[in-house]
Structures are given as C-alpha cells and as structure tokens.
Design a protein around this ligand. Structure first.
Ligand code: HEM
Length: 456
C-alpha cells in the first residue's frame, strides 16, 4: 500500500466498495457497548473482519483501519486531518492554538518552530538533566518505602520534559507544581473527552473542584513561566525561546495565546505518554526479573562501577530493546483518530468526506499476522536481522507522517537511561494492593502499580 492508493477516486478507476460492517453489533447500540466494555480486545478482534471495517456507535458510523500498511497510508495522506469530538474536548481543556490539534499551514509552521528542540543533535544537550533526574529516582527509592509508581512515573516524566524544554533554575519548584496539576488532570481528562457532560463537570463536587483547580493552576503556571523567562532577559537554546521568538506567516511574532497553548499542548500529552511508558517499564521489570539481570549485565559491561551516564545510552542496545518491546505490547497511545476531509479511498474501500476513522497501535502491534509469539515479551526480537519480515507500519508507537511524535529521540533517550539506571540499582517486587491490570484512558498504563524497590 502506498500513499497513492488513498488518493481521491479517479475517473475510470475501479469503483471502491463500502467496507464491511464489523461483526458483533447489537440493535440501537451497535458496537458501542463492546467498545466501551473492553476496548483493547474489541479493537484487536476487528482485523478478522477486514482491513477496513465500519463500526456503528449508536447512530454514528465510524471507520476502523486494522491492517498495518493502511494505518501508515492513513497517517501519511493529506486527505485526513486531526478533528472530531475527542479533539474538540481536548481543545476546550488545553487550548485551541497548540500543535497537537492544529491542521494545515498553522500546523506546519508550528512544527517548524518546535522541531529543532527535539532534533537528534539537540538531545545530548538534555543529557545532564536526564541523568540528574534518573539518578534522583534511585536516591528517592532507596528509602525502602512502597513506591506509588503512578505518581513516581508522572513526576519524573513531567520534570524531565519541563526542565529540558523550558530551562531555568526556577523550574525546579515549578516542576513540582506542574507535576501535581498534571497528575490530577490526567485522572479526569479522559472521562471528559469520552463522556462530554459539559456543565455537569462544573457541579462543585470534590472531584470536579480538584480537576478545575488543577487546570487553572496549570494555565497560571505556564503564564508565570513565560513571564519569568521574559523578565530574565535570558534566551537559552530551548523550546521556550523558540516559541517566544517564533514568527507567524506574516513575519510577526506569534500571539500570547499561541505561546501559552503551545507550552500546554506539548507538556501535557508529552508527560502523560512518557509517564505511562515508565509505568509499563516498571511493570515489565517486575514481571521479568531475568530482564533486570540482563540489563544490569549490559550496564556493568559498558560502565563498570561508575554511575550510568547519558553518553552510555547509545551503547545499551539490550536496554533500548526492552524499552521498544515494552512500547510494542503496551503502547501509551493505544488509539488514534483522524477525519476525512474529502471523499476518498483506503485499501479499495470508500471513505466519505467527514468520516471519523480510528486505528489502534495496540491492536496492530499485537497482531499475530505480523508478530510470531505476538503476546510474548521478547526484547531480542528487535536484534538486528531478527525481524526481517515485519510489515511496514506494524510498529509505530510514536505514530507516522506529519503528526508523528516530535519527541521520539528525546523519549527513547529518556526511557533507556531511566531503565538502565533503575534496573542497575534495584530489582522490583509487587507490594500488597498493587493492581497491574491495564488502565485505559487517554493513554494505556498499569492501573495502580505499588512496588518495592529492593537494592541489589
Ligand atoms: C504526538 C506518542 C512522548 C510531544 C504523538 C503521537 C504519538 C505520540 C503516537 C502521534 C499522534 C497522532 O498521530 O495523532 C508518544 C509516546 C511518547 C511520547 C509513546 C513517550 C514514550 C512525548 C513527549 C513530548 C511529546 C515527551 C514532549 C515533551 C508530542 C506532541 C505531539 C505528539 C507535541 C503532537 C505532534 C503533532 O500533532 O504534530 N506522540 N509521545 N510526546 N507528541 Fe508524543
């Protein structure tokens, strides 16, 4: 499948057909109840019904793309944009002018502004902060208390993103406040996206009050950070400087609202995704103590007895493979959506203008048609030459195309370093009350992991 195959229908070409309706729908509700009850299993089973299938969600028809090549074609085609009710509710919480929800020329300009901060050659500049934060985990965890992994993982991912992308010593205290605001927001955002009850979320019950307070605090914090940076007169080489210096299509400085929304739009989803992967990694290290030993062996071979440094990361191939295999089985972004902007075609199936389309990296990355022993955790499948037949786009935890995560190199460096540092220092055991079942929200992660870190 190529990008060409999703172009609008051309005269004389074979007429595209209607995609089949997925099995298992019931009158009135269609597939909605199955999707709501067990979304991961539901999305994974759709491939048996076709490469593209139609879902009935109440009165609405939604298209699901299940074949890896077609998910790539979808993400690469200009016929589909980011839009739809889920994105609209995200905008109403986080702001309308951020890169994650913009389309067209605005999106292209915003990507050009932020991209340099995430380029491969910019990543070593973040090394000292990533090192400091990874080693700080070891110091915090040596006290032998039960670790609330959800809190710890969000904390480290927020701190790394905030401190690297918006440098300044003032960030230390602020990143604690950002962490606390975002932790509350992550808990309530998904519900507000999938069950948009509007005014009901303003009813002053404790959960709504906490959510609204955290949202207001996040927006206030971002304003403070921007104001402080301006007042300092400093222009370190970071994302915030890039945003403050950015020009619009007319060569004018971008507006205050856009700067604000950009910071929120980058920090919020970025921290939730990276934090979720840290949680899944700790789950995997607990379930697979042999992997902890293998990582430790690799680390010792590379660094000996000195602390793991950022510069070591590129030599830690097995550790990186553990991170990749974790993201295969537990992709933080488990579902993605697009909207067709024109009548078009995908894999020989007709997609009408305005159609909402979903696909699931979780389903694609666990598909037995692409992966042998598809549910088995095996980091060695990523050894060079071991996955020669993997279909294109069968492994896309960071997405593809013009919306691909800008932070793929940044996140891989961060996650590999954290994994190396903590596996070198501890083995992990579940503590009483730990619940490692999957939590499905905006991201996918363990529900409530409580662990003991046992020093080696
Ligand atoms: C977009 C995954 C970390 C910032 C995305 C998308 C995915 C993704 C799948 C594409 C969404 C789509 O196609 O619709 C991940 C994963 C991460 C991670 C798995 C960690 C392991 C981060 C971090 C940041 C970040 C740390 C920033 C601090 C963004 C932004 C976008 C994005 C700004 C929107 C890009 C656009 O629409 O042009 N991410 N992400 N991500 N990610 Fe990440």
């Amino acid at each position: 499948m190529t990008v060409e195959s999703v172009n609008p229908v051309t005269p004389g070409a074979r007429e595209p057909s209607e995609p089949p309706v997925a099995g298992g729908g019931v009158p009135l509700l269609g597939h909605g109840w199955k999707l709501a009850r067990d979304p991961l299993a539901f999305m994974a089973r759709l491939r048996d019904d076709g490469d593209v299938v139609r879902l009935r969600l109440g009165p609405k028809t939604v298209y699901a793309v299940t074949a890896p090549d077609l998910t790539g074609a979808l993400a690469l085609s200009p016929d589909y944009i980011i839009s739809g009710p889920l994105w609209e509710s995200l905008e109403s919480l986080l702001g309308k002018e951020g890169v994650a929800t913009a389309n067209g020329p605005l999106h292209r300009r915003q990507r050009r502004t932020i991209q340099p901060a995430f380029r491969l050659d910019a990543i070593p500049g973040y090394g000292p902060i990533m090192e400091e934060e990874a080693h700080a985990l070891v110091e915090r965890w040596t006290k032998g208390e039960v670790l609330d992994v959800t809190a710890e993982a969000f904390r480290v991912s927020v701190r790394i993103s905030a401190r690297c992308l918006m440098r300044g010593s003032y960030m230390d205290a602020r990143s604690e406040r950002i962490t606390s605001a975002l932790a509350t927001l992550f808990a309530g955002m998904y519900q507000r996206m999938v069950v948009p009850l509007g005014p009901l979320y303003r009813v002053p019950v404790p959960a709504n009050r906490a959510f609204n307070r955290a949202l207001a605090d996040l927006h206030r914090l971002v304003d403070e950070i921007v104001a402080d940076r301006r007042a300092s007169g400093q222009k370190p080489n970071d994302l915030l400087t890039a945003l403050l210096e950015a020009k619009d299509e007319n060569g004018e400085p971008i507006g205050e609202q856009e700067i604000h929304d950009q910071v929120v739009a980058i920090l919020t989803p970025g921290s939730e995704t990276a934090g979720s992967v840290v949680m899944s990694l700790l789950h995997v290290l607990t379930e697979h103590p042999d992997q902890v030993d293998k990582i430790r062996e690799e680390v010792k071979g590379v660094v000996g007895d000195r602390p793991v440094a950022f510069a070591d990361v590129r030599k830690l191939q097995h550790t990186a493979n553990v991170v990749v295999e974790t993201m295969r089985l537990y992709p933080a972004v488990w579902i993605l959506t697009r909207r067709a902007v024109t009548d078009t075609e995908l894999g020989g199936y007709r997609i009408p203008a305005g159609a909402d389309i979903v696909y699931s990296p979780y389903a694609v990355q666990r598909d037995p048609r692409s992966y042998e022993r598809h549910t088995e955790f095996d980091p060695d499948r990523w050894l060079p030459g071991r996955s020669p037949k993997l279909p294109k786009y069968a492994m896309t935890p960071f997405g593809v195309g013009n919306r691909k995560c800008p932070s793929d190199h940044f996140s891989m460096a961060e996650l590999t370093l954290i994994t190396a540092v903590v596996a070198n220092a501890f083995r992990f055991e579940p503590a009483p009350g730990s619940d490692n079942r999957t939590h499905i929200g905006i991201t996918l992660r363990p529900r409530r992991l409580l662990l003991r870190a046992i020093p080696r």
